[in-house]
Design a protein around this ligand. Structure first.
Ligand code: AMP
Ligand code: ZN
Ligand code: FE
Ligand code: FE
Length: 293
């Protein structure tokens, strides 16, 4: 493992998005940016898609860093949106592939509806324009709608659109179908992957799971919690840490970097090297990409 800069310990950031979902950089540019930011091990975790893995692998080999291949699955517990990180899954697993395809299809239909609602109230958004900007195959989400309103000059940045129009209690918020988190955990495990709950206590985004909910997910195979995340305050970190300790879960940390789409900085939160090794020992569906691949 490379140790760039003066860091004695490798810098490990296990959650980042490329333009295959709602990040603003190609997968290759994301890996390059990570390398420039001193990241040694980057988790590529686009929403519901693994299309960035190949380009990330090539770039990681070129710049000498390691990429942990992953995906952030859109799931739900009793209708509440829950993001599930899945590392080292077999990208060819048919059940997982079908699950991701179905989620993307529902996201597309949902985005169309969001745009209809906004356009009906006079907001300058057009579905075809948004899809053309996002590119074929991209997992569409609210950030793409936000970007359209920024392009139109209606808002300064994504954050402003989310605060005003796209937050989860807005009349313009449209829910989409997602598999239950427990079903997704089973699918990820069957695909050789390691399921880790993303930002489990990010209250700012809306309702969060209870400790009992998380216990149920551990019972069906959940392996870890993202303890350190930019949206976690000290209380969230403490709660996630204590559940992880009680249930023997892997405790990850990551930036959830989205390029210029969010203020999160690469390596803003990181994972301990021994935690990474433990996580790697739990997954068998895919090798690491790049310098350790
Ligand atoms: P969606 O998956 O379509 O419901 O959209 C959720 C995505 O929007 C997540 O990946 C978040 O990172 C992003 N998001 C949520 N809140 C904000 C915000 N205030 N500013 C920018 N992006 C956000
Ligand atoms: Zn996102
Ligand atoms: Fe997320
Ligand atoms: Fe994310």
């Amino acid at each position: 493992m490379s140790t760039t800069g003066s860091a004695a310990s490798p810098v490990i950031d296990l959650h980042a998005h490329s333009a295959h979902s709602d990040g603003t950089q190609s997968a290759a540019d994301l890996v390059l940016a990570a390398s420039c930011a001193g990241v040694d091990v980057l988790g590529l975790t686009d929403h519901d898609v693994v299309d960035g893995w190949d380009a990330a692998a090539a770039q990681a080999a070129r710049v000498g860093i390691t990429v942990v291949p992953g995906v952030e699955l859109s799931t739900q517990v009793a209708g509440m949106s829950v993001h599930l990180l899945a590392y080292l899954v077999d990208p060819w697993d048919r059940t997982l592939g079908a699950m991701m395809g179905t989620i993307r299809a529902h996201r597309t239909a949902r985005l169309r509806r969001t745009v209809e609602l906004l356009a009906a109230d006079g907001y300058p958004v057009d579905y075809d324009e948004i899809v053309a900007w996002a590119g074929a195959g991209t997992t569409l989400g609210r950030p793409h709608v936000a970007d359209a309103l920024v392009r139109a000059g209606s808002f300064p940045d994504r954050d402003a659109v989310f605060e005003t129009l796209l937050h989860s209690s807005s009349p313009y918020y449209v829910r989409h179908w997602a598999p239950s988190t427990s079903e997704a955990i089973g699918t990820v495990r069957s695909a050789g992957g390691v399921p880790v709950l993303a930002h489990p206590f990010a209250h700012r985004r809306g309702r969060v799971l209870t400790e009992a909910d998380i216990d149920d997910l551990v019972d069906v195979g959940l392996c870890g919690l993202e303890v350190h995340h930019p949206d976690h305050d000290a209380e969230a970190v403490a709660t996630a840490g204590s559940i992880s300790a009680r249930r023997g879960l892997v405790q990850t940390g990551a930036s959830d970097y989205h390029g210029t789409g969010k203020s999160n900085r690469l390596a803003q939160c990181t994972t301990a090297p021994e935690t990474l090794e433990r996580l790697l020992g739990m997954g068998s569906g895919s090798p690491l990409l790049g310098s350790r691949g």
